[in-house]
Ligand binder design. Structure first.
Ligand SMILES: [Zn+2]
Length: 175
């Protein structure tokens, strides 16, 4: 996979993240690619779906499984705008995804090295090639502006608080 192709698919994941934002969900998007084709797309939707597992990565894996009629998603690359959490890292390993490319790191819940190192662990028999930081800036900016807008909406005086002003543990819900 060339860098040009990686950038193209990460931009696609960003457009899916935008879709999450328009639905009032934390903006994270994911797309699973096999042989240069998208075989599964997902965006974060736990709130609208009443489903704590409905992270972008899980939604993309589910869609791809249906498309391939197989629970093993071999020789695929998952592009996701935010570093996967522990749950998604587990699902990615169960699916036997070959490679993960993520955008922004998640220092609060990332499981590709930030908090845990599940994706790249050599204690598991399936190895995932993992690369972070592709288009990290727009991926992270989309999250920041979403939370800034939400904080503004929560304040009747319209004052925008910074993350340091509040306990923003709930930001983890989108990982
Ligand atoms: Zn997740």
């Amino acid at each position: 996979m060339t860098l040009e192709a990686d950038v193209k698919w990460m931009r696609h994941a960003l457009s899916l993240a935008e879709r999450a934002a328009t639905e009032g969900e934390v903006p994270v998007g994911a797309v699973l690619v096999k042989d240069g084709q998208a075989i599964g797309e997902g965006w974060n939707q736990p709130i609208t779906g009443h489903d704590p597992t409905a992270h972008a990565e899980v939604m993309a894996l589910r869609a791809a499984g249906q498309q391939l009629e197989n629970y093993r998603l071999l020789d695929t690359t998952l592009y996701v705008t935010l570093e996967p959490c522990a749950m998604c890292a587990g699902a990615i390993i169960h699916a036997r995804v070959s490679r993960v490319v993520y955008g922004a790191a998640d220092p609060k819940g990332g499981a590709a090295g930030s908090v845990f190192d599940i994706l790249c662990s050599d204690r598991l028999n399936h190895r995932v090639a993992c690369e972070g930081g592709l288009l990290a800036e727009p991926c992270s900016a989309m999250l920041s502006s979403f939370f800034a807008a939400r904080r503004k909406a929560q304040r009747p005086d319209g004052v925008v608080l910074t993350a340091a002003d509040e306990n923003l543990a709930d930001e983890n819900q989108g990982c």
